[in-house]
Design a binder for this molecule. Structure first.
Ligand code: ASP
Length: 642
């Protein structure tokens, strides 16, 4: 067997030129990889059969190991570094390889005048590095490639705006301006490859294993009433506009009417709303809709989908995910997207402080309806939260929630207090608080009094701010490897609008809970919806609902409750009148999910070409002016500038 192998190898070497040997190697390396079926790129397991097929290269710059020593290889990549015409570090999207240039090789001269970041194709032999020169931190650190020939495939100009290796020190605006350079960094390579892996697994789970149909829907559409602010697109029909879809909501419901009963799409959506750290004017949703289903079935589907597509290197997801009602979430965490990686829940202390002759509290309880006194207990907070932070917290209370004053208690080592409350509360009351709040040495207690809704929201915000601050100070408030999913259910169907009426809490197509349907006609503000949100580590990453499929109810909601113009949704109403199956769905915010999953600090780090915080494309300068000719074509008038 061995003899046969040696014979055929010798024979091959005789009959094949160098190029042919490379081809042979490529074939071999393809088999090698596909036999493993997965390779790790920047720590991300990639399910590939062969990343070198159909290319000139035999291997990537992240692939060679001791087992390849002696092989002739062809690598293609960017010059990350070169030294003295002797060494080159060649980088591609998979890693880096050290190249060594033999003395007097013309490649040495070639390198002398070549700028970093130029693209090279290199042919050479894999050699073992001497033990003392092996680099354990580098995946390919055991070997180097002795260069035989090198071709410059793409010259780079010298002094690019930043050095790829130093991306962590580069300002984000510069990185966005030269995104094509930024994309070369290990950070973005890792995140975008991870994203592709996850979406590939999602497609597999939905389409291959569960019969979903991947359907693209239009993004040029008409305004959807009762939703987010949409972008309008002028047309060359005077006075007529498209709206960019804020989500495929109407289309996915129409697909159900059209008997495409298991729909899915990785959909691009647009909302013209202020930019935030976790929002972009355009974003991606994993959009799902099903007929003949229930809220619980959709939740199970999503749990299965996430479990299936979750990267092997991240900690396991255990399902089913816990559930909280909207009311419980608000009462315990002051928000409908609680971060459940840590405790510090809001505690009601109204009964403890009521009728205790403490002026600040008595005044609030007497003068305000629906008022209460609530507290959060921050372990070790007394050691780290200082006066200026407390002042900032008070300011937040005043400006955002119209709440005067925030009372604090610093619990000392010996469990005595430092607080303005000391003067006002009896020893007995102190004991009661100690017991109820389970006070420990160095705890900080923050107490707010006022309208319950505002108090909850303030303490919910401070709970997260304090936790993040303590985490940044090195306290283990949460485990950075934790992924805490939570379903939030039983949302109200409508919320009070600024104009004094009601507006949809989510969108106008959400169905009421069956037991509350009668209230739609008598007390709509009290109706609970069949909406569900999925929260991960304090961020909403998915939302969906069972939809209204009765045209009568949909008409009533739109016209009588929301006071919307029905003509804009006539097509949907007619569809509901044409045999509409009961249906529901969900949309997963892919950018946010990937941001949390990859540990990125903003969603921009998981999007190939993101907009800046103020919604601009810094690379091309969009949005940009258009010519007067185009304006005329689109009937656009620019207001005179003053
Ligand atoms: N269309 C909704 C959204 O984009 C999600 C859904 O209800 O499925 O938020």
């Amino acid at each position: 067997m061995m003899a046969a192998f040696i014979f055929s190898w010798v024979y091959l070497r005789r009959v094949l030129s160098f190029r042919n040997i490379s081809t042979c190697m490529r074939f071999y390396s393809g088999n090698l990889i596909s036999s493993r079926n997965q390779i790790k790129i920047f720590g991300v397991r990639k399910y590939v059969s062969d990343v070198n097929s159909f290319t000139w290269r035999t291997h990537t710059c992240g692939e060679l190991r001791s087992e390849h020593v002696g092989q002739q290889v062809t690598l293609c990549g960017w010059v990350q570094f070169h030294r003295m015409g002797k060494f080159i570090t060649l980088r591609d999207g998979y890693g880096v390889t050290q190249l060594i240039i033999p003395e007097k090789s013309p490649v040495g001269y070639l390198m002398k005048n070549l700028s970093l970041e130029s693209v090279l194709k290199v042919e050479g032999t894999v050699v073992q590095r001497p033990l003392e020169e092996q680099n354990k931190k580098m995946a390919t650190g055991e070997i180097e490639v002795e260069v035989v020939t090198a071709d410059v495939l793409g010259k780079s100009k010298p002094n690019l705006p930043f050095n790829i290796r130093d991306f962590q020190k580069v300002k984000e605006s510069l990185r966005l301006m030269y995104r094509y350079l930024d994309l070369r960094t290990s950070n973005l390579q890792k995140n975008l490859r991870l994203r592709s892996n996850v979406t590939m697994k999602m497609r597999e789970f939905l389409c291959k294993h569960h019969g979903f149909v991947d359907i693209e829907t239009p993004t040029l559409f008409r305004r959807t009433p009762g939703g987010a602010q949409e972008f309008v697109v002028p047309t060359h029909s005077p006075g007529k506009f498209y709206s960019l879809t804020q989500s495929p909501q109407q289309f996915k419901q129409l697909l159900m009417v059209g008997a495409l009963d298991r729909y899915f799409q990785i959909a691009h959506c647009y909302r013209d709303e202020g930019a935030k750290a976790d929002r972009q004017p355009e974003f991606t949703q994993v959009d799902i809709e099903m007929s003949f289903t229930s809220a619980d079935r959709i939740k199970s589907l999503v749990e299965g989908l996430l479990q299936y597509s979750w990267p092997k290197e991240a900690s396991n997801l255990s399902t089913p995910f816990p559930k909280l009602t909207y009311k419980e979430a608000m009462e315990m965490y002051g928000t409908d997207k609680p971060d459940t990686r840590f405790d510090m829940k809001i505690i009601d202390v109204t009964d403890i402080f009521k009728n205790q002759n403490i002026e600040i509290f008595d005044k609030v309880l007497m003068n305000k309806e629906n008022s209460s006194i609530k507290a959060i207990v921050i372990p070790k907070g007394a050691l780290h939260i200082n006066k200026s932070l407390l002042e900032k917290f008070e300011e937040i209370g005043k400006c955002l929630y119209s709440l005067e004053g925030l009372v604090n208690i610093f619990v000392k080592e010996d469990l005595n207090w430092k607080s303005i409350l000391c003067k006002h509360v009896s020893l007995e009351l102190q004991q009661k608080l100690k017991k109820n709040l389970e006070l420990q040495p160095h705890t900080l207690v923050l107490i707010s009094a006022g309208e319950t809704r505002n108090v909850l929201q303030l303490l919910g915000k401070l709970r997260v701010e304090c936790a993040a601050y303590l985490q940044s100070k090195g306290l283990n408030i949460w485990n950075p490897k934790d992924f805490n999913f939570l379903w939030v259910v039983d949302f109200p169907l409508f919320l009070p609008s600024d104009e004094g009426g009601l507006e949809p809490a989510h969108h106008p197509f959400t169905a009421p809970q069956e037991q509350d349907t009668h209230l739609v006609y008598s007390n709509p503000a009290a109706v609970r919806s069949q909406h569900y949100d999925l929260v991960l580590n304090g961020q909403e990453i998915a939302g969906g609902s069972i939809r209204i499929h009765s045209s009568e109810l949909q008409k009533y909601v739109l016209t009588d409750i929301l006071k919307e113009d029905l003509t804009e949704l006539q097509h949907l109403i007619e569809a509901l009148e044409s045999g509409c199956p009961p249906h529901g769905g969900i949309a997963i915010g892919l950018d946010r999910l990937m941001c949390i999953l990859s540990g990125a600090s903003s969603i921009r780090d998981v999007i190939a070409f993101p907009k800046s915080l103020d919604g601009k494309d810094l690379m091309s300068g969009a949005p940009a002016k258009i010519s007067d000719e185009l304006k005329k074509f689109y009937f656009i008038q620019t207001p005179p500038s003053n």
